[in-house]
Each structure stands twice: as C-alpha cells, then as structure tokens.
Design a binder for this molecule. Structure first.
Ligand SMILES: C[S@@+](CC[C@H](N)C(=O)[O-])C[C@H]1O[C@@H](n2cnc3c(N)ncnc32)[C@H](O)[C@@H]1O
Length: 188
C-alpha cells in the first residue's frame, strides 16, 4: 500500500512540475511577445465573435485578413458563418501561431502565416479585422490602402485610429471584463 501511495505522490509531483514549467514557458512567451510586437496575445472574448463577424459584412467572394490573428478564433467564426470566403491570419508570435494552426487545421479556406504584418503582402484582402493598439492601426491603414488599391472594410475591436474617422461605431453587447466593448469600422 505504501508503495502505491509513493507512486501516486511521485506522479502528482511530476505533473505539477510539468504544469509549472509549461506555465513559466507560456508567461515567458507572452512577455517576449509583448516586448517584440507591442501588442500582446489577448484574444477577443467568445461572446462578441458573432457580432464581429456580422459587422464585417462579408459576402461569398470576400477575402478576410486578421492582422495579428492570435489563436485564429475570429477567422474560424467567419468561415463557419460564411463557408465560401477565404480567410488569412497573420501572426508573428510563435505560441498563438501554433494555437491558430491547430484550431484551423480542418478548414481548407483558412491560411495562417507566421509573419510580421508590416512585411506581408495583403493585396487580395477585401476585409480586415484587427485587435491592435491605436498606433499600430494608424500605421496599418495606409499600408492596407497601398496594398489593396480598392476600398476595403476594416473592423477594429476596442481601439480607434487617431488619424482616421470611422464610418460606424458599434457598441458590443458583452459583460466580459473590459475587453470587446466596441467596434470601430473604417472604409479605407
Ligand atoms: C490582441 S491579440 C489579437 C488576437 C486576435 N486577433 C483576436 O482578436 O482574438 C494581437 C495579436 O497580434 C500579434 N501581433 C502584434 N504585432 C504583430 C506583427 N507586427 N505581425 C504579426 N502579428 C502581430 C500578437 O502576437 C497578438 O497575438
């Protein structure tokens, strides 16, 4: 009996050690991402996914880019609602990129690229989703215009570009913390 307790105790000890190591790795990756991207991996709350996709106003031949796609949840919701669209996620940080690859593995029309969105071709995009700080959005809007050479719809969650005027502001119906409260919509 004593041996069984010892074995169980050792297994529990090893498991808690493993979880602690995984937690430390996760936190380290978050800190590295926060410093290297100026936009940490914070996914939008599930409660607002449907409202985000509705506000994108996608149609059957839309090409949606999520710049800094995190774990890819917005792309998955968009493709579940509009199976004919093409969806592309650009993610620079390794951990969220891995999660996005896993989450989207069964969707033929979702592509996840590990890249810096400032160095990525996005000429085919018709719609953009971003959940990035205002300074990044302000820099990205001219790049979107330059790449696409057509009017595109941009939906930004919670953050507003200081230099562009939204065509619409949508208040989100969400109780969750202080995230996912509002959408700023631009036609650029
Ligand atoms: C706040 S999260 C948003 C995640 C996802 N769009 C969502 O709404 O659930 C921002 C993401 O942008 C990524 N990111 C920041 N700067 C980037 C860059 N220059 N290129 C690619 N990804 C970037 C971060 O790694 C992070 O995962």
């Amino acid at each position: 009996m004593y041996i069984i307790y010892m074995i169980l105790y050792t297994i529990l000890l090893l498991l808690s050690l493993l979880f602690s190591i995984l937690f430390i790795i996760f936190m380290a990756l978050q800190i590295i991402a926060a410093f290297s991207t100026h936009a940490p991996f914070v996914p939008v709350p599930d409660e607002v996914l449907e409202q985000i996709v509705a506000s994108l106003k996608l149609s059957h031949n839309s090409v949606l880019y999520d710049l800094g796609c995190g774990n890819g949840k917005v792309l998955v919701e968009a493709v579940l609602t509009h199976p004919q669209i093409k969806a592309v996620g650009i993610e620079r940080a390794f951990f969220p990129y891995l999660l996005a690859k896993l989450r989207t593995r069964n969707f033929q029309n979702i592509t996840i690229k590990r890249a810096n969105f400032f160095e990525t071709d996005m000429s085919e995009a018709t719609h953009f989703f971003t959940y990035l700080y205002p300074g990044l959005l302000r820099k990205l809007i001219p790049i979107m215009q330059d790449h696409t050479k057509k009017e595109v719809r941009v939906v930004s969650c919670d953050f507003e570009s200081e230099e562009h005027t939204p065509v619409e502001i949508v208040e989100l119906d969400n109780e969750y913390l202080n995230l996912g409260k509002r959408l700023y919509i631009y036609h650029v």
